[in-house]
Design a protein around this ligand. Structure first.
Ligand code: ZN
Ligand code: ZN
Length: 342
């Protein structure tokens, strides 16, 4: 089968190669991939700025159909439409974090698409416990966005615990920021979305998805505009989804006293910010990285509820042979979510 493979360490070293189809072991399930999302992490693997283990097939956000089950596997139907929790592909199972279900902190962990073979290919084999069946009304395209959506579910509902009646700021209208927005809107929370001067396409999408206000920080000061929009108060919660120093400072400036700040994006560098703001406003700061299996259960309940649909986040779906175009679209912030298919 054709697959997008990081074939050697270092910058680049990525291409479509012909590789053997994976064999379905007795305890495994073989999934035919329908769609797999392109994500910033894939670009980092290409540039070798995210840990990877070549040769490895990229792709970690995907959905598809079960086509084979191992002889020891029970309870998985051929033809089931599934999305896959790829991050647990390899864990130790015995460290304190594995035992708490917080596998993301397991020192032995390797996820699909960089640690073990991922889904920019025709087939993958996984364990049955990694599978989540998607509801009938949900398309395989939108189910392919489940992995980043799970990160938004953890950030909004589990870490920040945004409550109805609060006003939220989402700073950074990339895919994760817009997924946070979708959840907040579905929960009836007044949400303001901020972006940089080159985020106009994504800010327009935010308005379409139900943001109460969007702020272009290339034109307006974030803190001042937020205070004007909230009767001088500031927002109750801020989700930093841009990973940019000015966004971090803007979030701290925009929060009301006793407000809650959650770091959802990676900054990738050391930054300066006024730490006294945390003291004087008595802010609570949290980080939110990935999700737990419990988050994925919650996400399936959200899908089932029918109030959140994700198809309007998909800009285009390209064959994996056009991966260069797909990666460029992902890098230049004009598209929202780019999918690929075998
Ligand atoms: Zn990703
Ligand atoms: Zn572990």
């Amino acid at each position: 089968m054709k697959a997008l493979v990081k074939f050697a360490p270092g910058e680049g070293n990525l291409d479509i190669l012909d590789v053997a189809e994976p064999e379905c072991g007795p305890h495994q399930v073989k999934v035919e991939i329908a769609f797999c999302g392109v994500c910033g992490t894939d670009l980092h693997v290409m540039h070798d700025t995210f840990r990877n283990y070549p040769p490895v097939i990229l792709g970690h956000e995907f959905a598809g159909t079960v086509v084979e089950t191992g002889r020891e596997v029970a309870g998985v139907a051929i033809g089931a439409r599934v999305t896959v929790l790829g991050a647990t592909a390899v864990t130790c199972g015995v460290c304190r974090y594995c035992r708490e279900g917080r596998f993301i902190f397991c020192p032995e962990r390797r996820g699909m698409g960089h640690g073990v073979n991922g889904a920019f290919a025709k087939y993958v084999v996984v364990r049955p416990d990694q599978l989540y069946c998607i509801p009938d009304h949900f398309t395989l395209e939108e189910a392919a966005i489940s992995e980043p959506f799970a990160a938004a579910v953890q950030a909004v509902t589990e870490v920040t615990q945004v409550r109805i009646g609060e006003t939220a700021l989402v700073s950074g209208p990339g895919p994760i920021g817009l997924l946070c927005l979708k959840l907040l809107v579905a929960e009836g929370i007044r949400t303001i979305v901020a972006g940089a001067a080159n985020d106009e396409v994504r800010l327009a999408a935010a308005r379409q998805f139900g943001a109460d206000l969007t702020i272009n920080t290339g034109e307006l000061d974030l803190g001042e505009t937020i205070r004007e929009a909230t009767g001088g108060q500031g927002v109750d919660v801020a989700l930093e989804c841009a990973g940019h120093p000015s966004s971090v400072r803007g979030c701290l400036d925009s929060l009301r006293p006793m407000g809650r700040y959650t770091q959802v994006a990676i900054c990738g560098r050391e930054i300066q910010f006024p730490i006294d703001r945390i003291f004087y406003k008595q802010l609570t700061l949290s980080g939110s990285i990935c999700y737990t299996a419990r988050t994925w259960e919650r996400m399936m309940q959200i899908y089932q509820g029918g109030r959140v649909r994700l198809h309007d986040l998909i800009s285009v779906a390209l064959p994996i042979t056009e991966w260069r175009t797909a990666f460029e679209l992902c890098a230049d912030r004009k598209a929202i979510k780019v999918l690929m298919h075998p």
